[in-house]
Structures are given as C-alpha cells and as structure tokens.
Write a protein that binds this ligand. Sequence first.
Ligand code: CUA
Length: 315
Amino acid sequence: MWSGTPLFPEAASTMADRVDALYFFLIGLTAFFSLLIAGLIVTYAIRFRRRSPDSIGARIHGGLILEVTWSVIPFLITMGIFVWGASVFFAMSRPPDETLNIYVVGQQWMWKFQHLDGQREINELHVPVGRPVKLIMTSEDVIHDVFVPAFRVKADVIPGRYTHLWFEPTKPGTYHLFCAEYCGTRHSGMVGQVVVMEPNDYQTWLSGGTEEGSLASAGQKLFADLACNTCHRPDAQGRGPVLQNLFGKTVELTSGERVVVDEAYVRESILTPAAKVTVGFQPIMPTYQGLVSEEGLLELIEYVKSLKQDTPNAQ
Ligand code: CUA
C-alpha cells in the first residue's frame, strides 16, 4: 500500500510484509499513546486549572487499581511486542535448508559477488525470484553492512569471519543495495543493485556467464597450485587430514574440543592452522595468511565442500 510513497521502500521479499506489519503496529501504538497522553495533558490542564488565587488542589493518596492497571497493560503490550519481534528475528536469522548460496566480499568501496557456478559480479547481484537465497559474507578490510531495503534485510559484513543473510525475493525487478555501516571516505558510494529475475531469465543469465568454471573447480586448481594436495591426500597416507567427506562433520581436536567443519573452521585452518589441530595430527601446516585472498579462501571452501560427495570434481 505504501509502495507509491517515495519515503517507503517497495516490499519485495517474503520477509517484507512481516517486518512491515510489526513496524506499522509499533507506529500505530506509539501514535495512539502519544495522542492519548498529549490529549489528557491538555484536557486536564484546562479542566483542573486554578480558578481563583486561593484554591487548593484535592489531596490524592494513590489508587491501587489504577496503578496496577497502568503497569500490567503496558507490560502485556511490551511482552507482546517482544514475542512478535523475536519470531520475526528468528525467521530472519534461520535460512531454510535448501538455499541458493552466493558469496559476498565487501571491500572499500565495492561489493563483490561470487556465484557457485563461477560468475562474478561487482556492485550488482542477479538472483531468481521465488527461491531462498543465502549470502555468505566477509570483508577484505573493515566492517561493511549489506542492506536491501526492499527485502527488509540487513547484516554486517565483518573481516575475518563469515556472516549470513537470507531472503526470498517475491517480485522481479531492480532494487537498491546499500552499505549501511560507515566504512570510510566513499562509504556513501558503496551502493549497488539486486536484480531479481524470472527463473528462466536467471538460467539464461547464468549460462551467459564467464567460462571460468565453477567456484569449486577454481578452488581445486588453487588447492593444487598451493600444493595442499601433497599433505591432504584422499588415501589417509598424507600428513594432513583427509578432506573427502569432511565438510559438515564434527571433528575432535588435540585439545579435546569438538568442532563442526564449517566455512569458518576451514578458513581458520588455512590462515591459522595451529589454532585447532585435528586429533592424530601434528601442527606442521604452514600458515597461508597473506598468500590467499578472501576470494581464494571462498574457492578453497567450495572445493572442500564439493569433496563431500565422494566425487572430487562434483559441482
Ligand atoms: Cu562499506 Cu560503508
């Protein structure tokens, strides 16, 4: 209903209506109480004004029912807002199981997107309509923040870790993408657009992409270039753990801790290998800090993921 208003962004994701409903409820509630209180102040100021110089106000000793009422009602309202807000928050933070994953690297001052099939984009992101999309994001330098008002989603992009953001576009179109965290001189220029396409158009767009091959195959090449394969061999004879079918598993560390092999763990193991060594192995792996770019790390992660299904070249 507000899409024609220049002040209000279009609603183009499954989350948009839920966020808007909560937002308008809060606006309505705030307006209601503001008007009620302002109205009462004016009414009472007139009604109980001092009518003669010697008039004295009545003594009031409190009223239990009144006080309980004005404590309990706001309590119930705020608890309602809390539960409602929490349910929207959980829905936003938990992506569905099946998502289209796209990597995002923020950098002063641009957005880089990498599709699993190998397409790379800068300041422009193409996605299909009606399919949940998960962004796996990191930064080359400082903290940035992805914000797509039409989708009502927003999340920080932090150097040294992977953060996630998901949305399901409901309408084809082109939507603004902003950086919503002050990140330096040209922060305001760190903008882009999300192009939501019909599934068929999206497939056409994908196939019209570069011939670089998938992210996983780029990772496989990098894996060989860095000679990772001399230690991480598929036959358990190497000096490092076997990577086949490793992603998503829980491994035991020399410290006795157990960790899940996820994006963050693979990244850490490449950059600071000694931090979490798998039980049964020596901390002999050199660090690759400074040798692999954030994009290279994403390629390696995708390669390790692709090793999940016994077929090393899958994807
Ligand atoms: Cu990146 Cu502000």
